[in-house]
Ligand binder design. Sequence first.
Ligand SMILES: Nc1ncnc2c1ncn2[C@@H]1O[C@H](COP(=O)(O)OP(=O)(O)O)[C@@H](O)[C@H]1O
Ligand SMILES: [Mg+2]
Length: 283
Amino acid sequence: MSLGPATTIARLREQVGDLVSAHRSARDLRAFRRYADDPIGFVRRVLKGEPWARQEAIAALVRDHPLVAVRSCNSAGKDWIAAALSLWWVYARQGLVLLTGPTQRQVVEILMQGEVRRAFARAEDLPGELYQSALRVPGAAHAGILAFTSSEASRMTGHHAPRVLAILTEAQACEDFAYEGLLACATGDGDRVLAVGNPLAPTGRFYAVQRPGTGWVSLRIAADEHPNVVHDDPDRIPGGVTRAFVGPRTRSTTSGSSSTGGRRAPSPPTRWRATWRSGSGTG
Ligand SMILES: Nc1ncnc2c1ncn2[C@@H]1O[C@H](COP(=O)(O)OP(=O)(O)O)[C@@H](O)[C@H]1O
Ligand SMILES: [Mg+2]
């Protein structure tokens, strides 16, 4: 028996895992509408987060452009802002977020049970029920988050909810058919697709969408722009990229930096280096 896309969504909804946290706030959802065009205000005031400049730039791009790709080294803060924008989309735009990535660990542990859960907990009273791989909002039928691995994403093709934000994390490792599936779900005027990843190889769909002429807007974040690196303070954004990992080019400008204690830092694994040197642009 072949299942239609609507059934697939229904099944995904059933497979959302255990309830993790519930806010039974009576707060009227309409209160968040004032942030519909102000994702940064939502992140700062509702989620009580402090995005750094490039995370604010990502928020503005997602507000303004249908197709956005962001590439950087690991720990630049892509997932943190992707999670925050998911909540903005749910509460301020009352839309559906389809969140995907190549592994269960990435999608459920790092995003849903990591960044989304922490932001939901830190926020002022957001009404909703957070499950392992979904967020439901009582009284808002079309608003919520559904998270699934990219191998499941192709089955979403043909699903049309109003106001979809599709997010691909570790987008360099998401299958081409996941892009097809999610792009087919986000064809409406107000829909958005955000792909964030690591520019590991100049191949694949994540690389291709960032070539000129594709219609995607792309943004590159260099590790040495990160506040931890700029201020040589690994505690400024705990867990963020540090000067010790950025490598000799940046460290040489501040020899004897305290973060390495004068020791020679290990050479950074390739995954820390953002390649494809050219900066941001409109494809
Ligand atoms: N603005 C921020 N405020 C607080 N913590 C942040 C912020 N941005 C990122 N982080 C934290 O920094 C770490 C790395 O961020 P992450 O989003 O996982 O990076 P990436 O997805 O680019 O690898 C995570 O622990 C995350 O929670
Ligand atoms: Mg990440």
